[in-house]
Ligand binder design. Structure first.
Ligand code: AMP
Length: 444
């Protein structure tokens, strides 16, 4: 299938080809016709499947067909996302399309001053990409007029619910016109997602694309079983011996992310941390620097990493396993994006075995274990300090201070070793809804 056959206009065809998209991904080829038809949509698709373009392209095309005559435009499409990072990513892609059709798109999120956002809204916009809390703030202050919204998109709805945005979403919905098209994207279908869908969607078409974690296409997963106290040394070794140059490392806590970053820096590996304790401007700058290759390692917590779009990211490391198995799926979705191959490595301590089992149960297959050969410690590179003293005191398994790398170095997991037998991609399912008979009466 081609983008052309989906009915995209010439401007958008040239926009997708400028982004290097040769043809639509499964979620795009299924969702775009549904949106053009005017149906509500319930889409099971996780990040990395091309879901942003799946809603952005048809929305921009439809809005571009009627250029508003009023001087100060009011938003006609509202995209709600869970995090500031995802807002930036979605807004960037949305802008790229909107610009081509003379539409204006803006981004609204918390943690920054509200004044600049008020001014932008006042000048008039067609599309708003927003996090729910700040958007509600604008709605309540009357600094955004949502009465013309034709499209409501809930992107990564499961994550918005995880982050406690349910009430904000429902309250935002009260400001929207009853007659509108609502598109809900979620990686998982919980009972709460179903309830939210019942509340906000009207007889939606259902589209589902295979979850990458289950098919594991394009992501070579591997587990290293290692003592907690030696994880940092193993990580440094994997990065050095494997020649990994762009690595996203997940830590469970903000404190852990900062600590690991400091240790990697001491090991001579350029690393930066990104988490919700950092200001938005620092997060944005660090991410841009990482994308440009100025940092070899970006250490992130789950919330901060959600929605990060780093094309062709080759390596993801779970330094700590996530407490919620679904987060493993989101994390490894950072690599092997859109058909590229990637490696996702988990460093698993004895204490984390039950978390590993829960993940394997979720993804319905075991993750290949990598043999743990000798790997060097990098304490020798440190200036004398606390960490060295700690090493000298030595947890079981650690070597003496200043020891030289010994024996065979740990090999980076070869793609072939870790690659599992390709499983059949779950066939995408789409159920067409009955023709629309009008929206359900009372909402929320
Ligand atoms: P998303 O699921 O929207 O987060 O998209 C994930 C990645 O897929 C982004 O890096 C997009 O640039 C890329 N992408 C989206 N659509 C396509 C396509 N049709 N062909 C190739 N890459 C795509």
């Amino acid at each position: 299938m081609s983008f052309d056959s989906l009915g995209l206009c010439a401007e958008l065809l040239s926009a997708v080809s400028a982004r290097g998209y040769a043809g639509p991904t499964p979620i795009q080829s299924q969702a775009i016709p549904v949106i053009f038809e005017g149906c509500d949509l319930l889409a099971g698709a996780q990040t990395g499947t091309g879901k942003t373009a799946a809603f952005a392209l048809p929305i921009v095309q439809i809005l571009g067909e009627t250029v508003p005559t009023e001087k100060r435009r009011r938003p006609r499409a509202l995209v709600l996302v869970p995090t500031r990072e995802l807002a930036a990513q979605v807004s960037d892609e949305m802008n790229g399309y909107a610009r081509r059709l003379g539409l204006r798109s803006t981004m609204i999120y918390g943690g920054v001053t509200i004044q600049a956002q008020i001014e932008r809204l006042h000048r008039g916009v067609d599309i708003v990409v927003a996090t729910p809390g700040r958007l509600l703030d604008h709605a309540e202050r009357g600094t955004i007029n949502l009465s013309r919204v034709q499209f409501l998109v809930l992107d990564e709805a499961d994550r918005m619910l995880d982050l406690g945005f349910i009430d904000d979403i429902l309250r935002v919905a009260e400001y929207l016109p009853e007659k509108r098209q609502t598109l809900l994207f979620s990686a998982t279908y919980s009972q709460t997602i179903k309830k939210l869908a019942d509340e906000l969607l009207d007889n939606p078409a259902k589209v589902e694309v295979a979850r990458r974690s289950i098919t594991a296409d394009g992501v070579n997963q591997a587990v290293y079983e290692v003592e907690k106290s030696r994880k940092r040394e193993l990580l440094s070794s994997l990065i050095r011996t494997g020649g990994w140059n762009q690595v996203l490392v997940f830590a469970r806590t903000r404190y852990g992310a900062d600590k690991l970053t400091g240790e990697l820096l001491l090991d001579g590996i350029k690393a930066a941390a990104i988490h919700s304790n950092k200001s938005q401007s620092i997060r944005t700058r660090t991410l841009a620097e990482f994308k440009r290759g100025e940092w070899r390692v970006l250490v992130a917590t789950d919330v901060a990493a959600r929605g990060l779009d780093i094309e062709r990211l080759p390596h993801v490391v779970n330094y700590d396993l996530p407490q919620v198995p679904e987060d493993y799926v989101h994390r490894i979705g950072r690599t092997g994006r859109a058909g590229e191959d990637g490696v996702a490595v988990s460093l698993v301590s004895r204490e984390e075995q039950s978390l590993l089992q829960a993940i394997e149960k979720l993804i319905k297959r075991p993750i290949p274990r990598q043999e743990l050969a000798e790997f060097p410690q990098y304490a020798a590179r440190r200036s004398a300090g606390v960490r060295e003293k700690k090493l000298a005191a030595g947890p079981a398994g650690s070597k003496k201070k200043q020891a030289k790398p010994q024996g065979k170095q740990q090999k980076a997991p070869a793609a072939e070793q870790a690659k599992s037998a390709p499983q059949k991609r779950k066939k995408a399912v789409m159920q067409r809804p009955a023709p629309k008979t009008g929206r359900r009466g009372q909402r929320s």
